[in-house]
Design a binder for this molecule. Sequence first.
Ligand code: C5P
Length: 226
Amino acid sequence: TAAPDLAGRHVVVSAGGTREPLDPVRYLGNRSSGKQGYALARAAAARGARVTLVEANTGIPDPAGVDVVHVGTALQLREAVVKAASDADAVVMAAAVADFRPAVYAPGKIKKKDDGGAPTVELVRNPDILAELSAERAVEGQVVVGFAAETDDVLANGREKLRRKGCDLLVVNEVGERKTFGQEENEAVILAADGAETPVPYGPKEALAETVWDLVTPRLRGLPGL
Ligand code: C5P
């Protein structure tokens, strides 16, 4: 019953959380459930878009009518998102991407030392995919959307992050012990590079997803031939 206001569009959504392997059995990960990204993908499909969902470690079944690419690490997620973004009208980065990965991958399981000592894990920075996509824009007028989970000074940090990342919209939500991660409900403010600010009241992730697309749609470039 949704208006097909994304018909003829290709949108890319990332969802879930990356895992950065230390050895064959261990990784650095995060608590992202992927629920918000899946809600975004389903909503876009219902509004008529061709949807590519780049999924990291959610365990959620593939939604009907959505092209799903499964990845594990930040570097794999970057490769899949950049590839899908090459002809996309909009890219929404809902995934929790690890900022760091272990500098070396141990091909065998890291063993406990006999001397009772513990290994030191050296980390290196992962690329900031959202910042790269925003700076490069594979398609002129492509709309790029990011998410930011903040624990304090939510609005001030959100505005600063929007500027730093260079995206068009930033969905900012407050996180804490029992907020957002893995929950069914979400509360957010969507900040736009053009200065608009849209509060989204506490409610289901589906409702936030619809509001994101409501804000993306008027910012899309004109379709050829229209
Ligand atoms: O900087 P921070 O991690 O708070 O930014 C969150 C936003 O940036 C999310 O949209 C996330 O998908 C994206 N991100 C990214 N690459 C990273 C880290 C975060 O694209 N390495």
